[in-house]
Design a protein around this ligand. Sequence first.
Ligand code: KIV
Length: 262
Amino acid sequence: MKTITGFQVKKEAQEQIILVTCYDYTSARIINESKIDAILVGDSAAMVMHGYETTIQAKLPMMEAHVAAVKRGAPDKFLIADLPFLAHRKGLNSTMNAIETLICAGAQAVKIEGIYDHQDFISHIVNSGIPVMGHLGLTPQSVHKIGGYKLQGTNTSSEERIFEDAQRLQENGCFSLVLEMIPSKLTKKITESLTIPTIGIGAGPHTTGQILVYQDVLGMNTNFTPKFLRTYLNGFSLIKQALNAFSDDVRTFKYPSEKESY
Ligand code: KIV
């Protein structure tokens, strides 16, 4: 999927939209040749690529560098970038400057967590010609307020709030909505009520699509084992095996061979 139009086309055709996160050029090249529809350069880059404990440490220059690298590697995939922590909370001008940086680096859309007090910014951004993806449920930039990475929408009032926020994000012009870590029943209700696609992570099967972190799909992060995650490769141990094989070959003078020498 190269452009935003694919999102609505797939929703209408009742086809699932599949996204992964990506942060680097080499992985982007692989994704570019895969059946994945679109890429999110998530602020999870701070955790996955830089080893921080939260996404809060993802600053704009970090996001800009990752977006540019991914764009070079995956020119054929629709590219969404996360607006990092507080980038949309310091006034409209600085929000638009941050968005300009990400779009000029190669993003085709931005994802913004939550809605409170920046609802009007969303319509301004959309009216400026920039597609916005919403993000409700577990919003990791608010981890300190939430008190950890846990399931959201578990009582009637928070369920109602998430449902109403989803309607408001659609009204404000979001082209799609990420639902993270909410019960399947709530996801179903939201997906059925919206005309825009919902993209789930830990939100059950009743969405228009799913997103996972690239390194999680590939089993690279052995410390992260939430119930919702299915891994498709034992990446950590396969890469370790390959590195050990290289080490063993060098130590036993099997590499480089005559054929591998000049
Ligand atoms: O930053 C991220 O990786 C995300 C996805 C998990 C939705 O926001």
